[in-house]
Write a protein that binds this ligand. Structure first.
Ligand code: FAD
Length: 332
């Protein structure tokens, strides 16, 4: 049965790796793809690009891949749009999957539209839901109008390309499939032409989780009153293993870097817990965190808009509430 599945078209997942580690968002995609493939009687193919990354195949199999295609070459060591698009397009043409899924990360957001354009197919961006549909195989859910409405997208054109928001699904390890296969893809010809040469990648120094993949986010807004008070949020975040984020006002004021901004013109996040500290809850901010599973708002204005969408609200002064919470949580 499994041998037949591997031959079917199935779902392809672009497995993003950074410094030899698979990103959590790719494991989430593999897990969900495996659930859907099971319902449809199809297979999941993971595609990993990089250098010296063959060892990652086992992890991809553990999280749901029936087949892993490894494109291992010096030209692919660091992500660059040209070679990655070329190699991926060739693999897609060869495998003819029904769908190609990528995480809605900086890389996924750049690769997906270019791939879709090169393949002459449609793309669904920043999806927050993905399910099996008997008529079109897959149905994607995505927020529109800054999160005010949801649309469901299907396509009969193959393959459909989609980016899925990190933290939309759980990454679930399973008993590895004995029949899963690992295939090396010969890269040389496609990746030979480099459009960009990356000389050095400098990683941000933070030990905290990457914002879009964090399970817990502590976000601060104008209510923090100045850059020095973001240290207080940092302590809170470190206590609970979370990441720090900010509203646009805090970013525009120069209190924190733009990479921490959540919202319509910042990052979109889907954590399990989002704690908004001194943030009013403007629609543009909600557009970036509306899909958080649980929202806690700390605000001294009981009429603040954020309380309308919060699961739990604390009416109070952030400078009293945040240190108190940090202290209490340290004890647990
Ligand atoms: P405010 O709205 O000023 O709210 C501050 C809150 O802090 C208030 O509710 C106040 O009651 C509370 N507060 C004050 N002191 C305390 C205290 N001591 N303790 C507790 N609470 C306190 N915004 C984003 O965040 N992200 C975006 O990506 C984004 N994109 C935008 C795009 C466009 C095109 C436009 C027009 C706007 C965008 N904005 C965005 C801006 C957005 O409209 C709001 O201006 C912004 O989100 C407000 O930030 P804030 O909640 O920190 O500040």
């Amino acid at each position: 049965m499994k041998g037949v599945l591997i031959l079917s078209k199935g779902i392809m997942v672009f497995v993003e790796q950074s410094q030899g580690n698979i990103r959590k968002t790719s494991l989430e995609l593999l897990s969900q793809a495996s659930v859907i493939a099971g319902q449809a009687g199809e297979a999941v193919t993971a595609v990993i690009l990089g250098q010296n990354i063959e060892n990652l195949a086992d992890e991809a199999i553990q999280y749901g891949a029936d087949k892993v295609i490894v494109a291992d070459a010096p030209q692919l060591e660091k992500y660059t749009i040209g070679p990655y698009t070329r190699v991926l397009k060739s693999i897609i043409r060869q495998e003819e999957p029904q769908a190609v899924l990528l995480g809605n990360t900086a890389t996924g957001r750049e690769l997906a539209p270019r791939l879709a354009q090169r393949l002459g197919v449609g793309q669904a961006s920043d999806c927050t839901g993905l399910e099996y549909a008997a008529d079109t195989f897959l149905r994607f859910k995505r927020p529109v109008y800054a999160g005010k409405a949801l649309v469901y997208v299907s396509s009969k054109v193959r393959p459909v390309v989609a980016t899925i928001r990190p933290n939309t699904f759980q990454a679930v390890a399973r008993v590895p499939q004995q029949q899963a296969v690992v295939v090396k893809y010969p890269v040389e010809s496609e990746a030979a032409e480099l459009s960009v040469i990356i000389r050095e990648v400098v990683l941000a120094g933070s030990k905290r989780p990457e914002l879009t993949e964090a399970n817990i986010i502590i976000a601060g807004g104008r209510g923090l009153k100045g850059p020095e008070h973001f240290a207080m949020l940092g302590e809170f975040a470190d206590t609970v293993g979370g990441a720090v984020a900010a509203s646009r006002v805090a970013v525009d004021a120069g209190w924190v870097e733009h990479e921490y901004q959540v919202g319509q013109t910042g990052k979109t996040v889907s954590p399990t817990l989002y704690i908004a500290c001194g943030i009013s809850g403007a629609i543009q901010h909600l557009a970036g965190m509306g899909s958080a599973r649980c929202v806690v708002a700390i605000n001294n204005d009981p009429e603040a808009n954020i309380f309308k969408i919060a699961d739990y609200g604390i009416v109070g002064d952030v400078f009293e509430v945040v240190p108190m919470l940090t202290q209490q949580l340290r004890k647990t």
